[in-house]
Design a protein around this ligand. Sequence first.
Ligand code: TXA
Ligand code: MG
Length: 317
Amino acid sequence: MFDPVQWLKQSKILGLPTETVYGLAGRADCPDAVALIYQLKNRPSHNPLIVHYAGIQEALADGVFKAQGRRVAEALWPGPLTVLVPKSSTSKVTARAHCNLPCLAMRVPCHPVAQDILRQAGPLAAPSANPSGRLSPTCADHVKKGFQDQVPVVEGGACEVGLESTILDMRQLPFRILRPGFFTLEFLQKKFPDIPFEEGGAEVETPGASLAHYAPHKPLSLNVQPPFPKDMGILGFGALSMPWPETQFVQLSWKQDILEAARNLFAGLHYLDASPHCQRIGVVSLPAYSVGKAIQDRLGKAASPPAETVSEGDLGN
Ligand code: TXA
Ligand code: MG
């Protein structure tokens, strides 16, 4: 039987479930495993990888945390938060994983399968388990299809959050959200009223943020309204004002629950992208509150530039 822990210890890589999206994981202290990740994803060599830890103490030991940063990490880990901090001098993470940058992006996922594997074989470097520039995977099948079964995938069910982690730059105050996710600016401000937070600046701080991302193969239009073109597959949010063929429709959330919509977003895009019943994809207008901001961020990147113009040189995460 396939043993993911032994596999990782042999410097090999695998698909790993997390609560956000599936990761393509290899040992963070092993240059060969990290090289395999870049190769299989066709990821630009200047785009660093997030390092995943089994526990908070191990993560804290690998980075240099401000007192406020430590508080945030201790309150929100394990969970869908990645923090950017200077790498500690004792860290064994290979420089290849973070592209020789002085800082590490680190996270402690709360998915029980990830936790179990990390406890035995961690820390693990893991970008999202999609070919660079393509849609992130939220189930094992997405990973298998994305890499044409070239890599084993540990089954962990559908991801509960469904969007990549919030990335928080904690190197200096105010702490800055570089990638929106489940933990929003409003949430952080409310939970830690004495710590200053802000948004933005991702293009400079995280190399991956400026690259083309998350693109389906089919063209994607946002905020579509009826009447829809006949060849369009629709991602809906609540009841549509006109009937639409079931084969061309995915409901993100009947009850217009934004967390449920986030959970279903990538699976819906994957489904319509592969469907023979539509040639393009439209998403109805979605609210921007809560995790809605992160949804808008991912959809904006998926729709622009159009999928056809994504070239190999500017592929993202
Ligand atoms: O939820 C997630 O974060 C998922 C799961 C698998 O953990 N991972 C993920 O990784 O989304 P990826 O590689 O698709 O996106 C990571 C982003 C990239 O934009 C990358 O440039 C940035 O984090 N990043 C990673 N390490 C960094 C570092 N040392 N300095 C600056 N940016 C970094
Ligand atoms: Mg990614």
